[in-house]
Design a protein around this ligand. Structure first.
Ligand code: SF4
Ligand code: SF4
Length: 277
């Protein structure tokens, strides 16, 4: 287990578990002597919705955002790509921090909103009730024990975390899928497709509209229209597509009649042979 992964596991195991109504005291703001220190030399894992929010904030497309501001690490055993915010090479600071604070504050990632809270939950989305929170205490941060105090629920509300939670339910469900435990099915092509559909949303839009995709899948007309411009709808659609193409779950993906006549699904099937992957 990598050193930081093991350290994180230690924090989760050794910190008191907090529920939504548990309270803590914490203060943060430009008046603190540690202001922005938490934005340097930090490992920030991005969710697909974080990428969507940040590219919107910067007014660039997802491919440019990923290229300029992130790096990818693959899990050791299954090689599943995970996307991290890239710190500046010279200063090891987040590319968005300045003396005035966070330059993408309204669109900042889930992890930045949650800090100093962490969250742990079972992989199985059906067991979401077992989710708990814990405090991340680091020497560099002087906000602990100061201020008036608030509950975990109030913190989540004040930091605008709810849309980030809501918009990553399908991603969490996908990542908790037992199909990931069959590494023989996770070919490099499929993992590249996962990265594209989950994180490189503008490229995924081209995949849907500039290939034969919509001839092969029967997608409701209103949804097709929404997919042209609505990134959140497209992200949800990408999760449906990944569940279908990675794990053969087709609850919300239907092949068109002509595609069905050309395609007989088998145990290894992932998509019609003509689907451009
Ligand atoms: S995104 Fe904003 S809050 Fe998060 S590390 Fe960067 S500057 Fe800090
Ligand atoms: S180090 Fe802690 S208190 Fe200081 S700015 Fe960051 S989160 Fe706020």
């Amino acid at each position: 287990m990598p050193e930081n992964e093991s350290a994180e596991k230690g924090i989760v195991e050794n910190s008191p578990h907090l529920g939504l109504d548990d309270r803590f005291t914490f203060q943060c703001g430009p008046h603190m002597d540690c202001f922005t220190k938490c934005c340097r030399d930090v490992s920030i894992l991005l969710t697909p919705y974080d990428v969507l929010e940040l590219k919107k904030s910067l007014g660039i497309d997802s491919s440019e955002f990923l290229e300029r501001y992130t790096f990818v690490m693959q899990s050791k055993d299954k090689k599943i790509p995970a996307v991290f915010l890239k710190m500046s090479e010279e200063s090891q600071s987040c590319p968005f921090v300045s003396d005035k604070g966070c330059g993408v504050y309204a669109h900042r990632p889930w992890a930045c909103r949650m800090y100093p809270l962490g969250m742990a939950e079972p992989k199985d989305a059906q067991q979401a009730a077992q989710r708990f929170y814990f405090m991340v205490q680091e020497e560099l941060c002087h906000g602990h024990g100061a201020g008036q105090g608030c509950s975990v629920r109030e913190w989540i509300d004040e930091q605008g975390i709810e849309p980030f939670d809501v918009n990553q339910i399908s991603f969490r469900q996908l990542m908790g899928h037992p199909g990931w435990d069959k590494p023989e099915l996770l070919t490099p092509d499929k993992l590249a497709m996962f990265y594209m559909a989950a994180f490189d949303l503008d490229r995924f839009r081209s995949f849907v509209f500039d290939t034969r995709f919509l001839e092969l899948f029967d997608v409701d007309e209103a949804r097709v229209e929404a997919l042209r411009t609505d990134d959140e709808e497209l992200l949800e659609f990408a999760m449906d597509w990944l569940a279908f193409s990675l794990f053969q779950e087709n609850k919300r993906m239907r092949l068109t009649q002509s595609a069905r006549s050309q395609y007989v699904p088998g145990p290894e099937a992932t998509a019609p042979a003509e689907a451009p992957l």
